[in-house]
Ligand binder design. Structure first.
Ligand SMILES: Nc1ncnc2c1ncn2[C@@H]1O[C@H](COP(=O)(O)OP(=O)(O)O)[C@@H](O)[C@H]1O
Ligand SMILES: [Mg+2]
Length: 245
């Protein structure tokens, strides 16, 4: 195969998640207005944007937990629009919602082992404890007795056993102390090293800049810009305008 051909083929083959002209509705309320973005295998990509821009809704639409959506969402070539919501995680997409979704009445170990393993390649509980040393030795601790940072770590950790290879993280650093944010950053970088593909909603773009390859900026239910991380600094004025900070 000629060189040019090969690189073209591999470019197409590396778009793991491809969202095209996605519209989303909560009842009568039309909140996503043609979102388009793509994420390549192994990338860390952020969704930036003001409150209400549609970042969470985009994640919910990918997971099928939105009443109505149109357009196209392809994960490893499979169309997710029209697919029953319970089938979507089984394809290998893990979702860590903003509200974390851990069971406060269950122990750390129970929270870790509850989500079913859907695919080979998930991490073992030992590997997870290596990634999140704060959780180590806390296996019998009840969810409610963890700090906010530990709860966030557990929320991420419980997805890693399942074998999901695309992880959607909605504002993992929200409300956490800088030292905890740094630990979450270390963990996300380690996950990238292990080959996970990550989509991250983040208000804190200084944090985002330390881990992401590219940034999508959302406004009013669609993507208005894409900034490669190495051009973030040069685009700071524009970004301040987008985010109103
Ligand atoms: N459950 C819901 N029902 C109706 N409207 C909603 C619901 N959740 C969010 N919205 C609206 O959808 C828009 C996008 O919200 P969201 O996706 O949560 O934004 P972001 O995560 O960027 O802050 C906002 O206008 C918000 O008010
Ligand atoms: Mg949100």
């Amino acid at each position: 195969m000629p060189d040019g051909m090969q690189s073209k083929t591999s470019q197409v083959g590396t778009a793991m998640l491809e969202v095209r002209d996605l519209h989303g509705f909560y009842g009568e309320s039309h909140v996503l207005h043609g979102v388009s973005l793509e994420v390549r295998q192994g990338e860390v990509v952020t969704l930036l944007g003001r409150n209400g821009a549609g970042k969470t809704s985009t994640m919910r639409a990918i997971m099928g937990i939105m009443a109505k959506r149109t357009g196209s969402i392809r994960f490893q070539g499979t169309e997710l629009i029209g697919m029953a919501p319970h089938r979507i995680p089984r394809l290998g997409i893990g979702y860590v919602p903003e509200e974390r979704g851990i069971f406060s009445s269950l122990s750390v170990d129970e929270n870790l082992t509850l989500p079913p393993v859907i695919k080979d390649g998930g991490m073992t509980v030992e590997q997870i404890y290596e990634l999140f040393p704060n959780l180590k030795g806390r296996g019998s601790t009840q969810g409610t007795r963890l700090s906010g940072g530990e709860q966030q770590m557990l929320a991420i950790a419980r997805i890693l056993r399942t074998g999901a290879n695309l992880i959607l993280l909605d504002e993992p650093t929200e409300g956490l102390a800088p030292v905890i944010i740094e630990q979450i950053g270390v963990a996300v970088r380690a996950l990238k090293q292990r080959g996970f593909t990550i989509v991250l909603v983040e208000q804190n773009f200084r944090f985002a800049a330390t881990i992401a390859d590219r940034h999508y900026v959302m406004e009013e239910g669609h993507v208005v810009d894409m900034i490669p991380n190495d051009q973030l600094h040069a685009n700071m004025d524009k970004l301040h305008t987008y985010l109103g900070v």
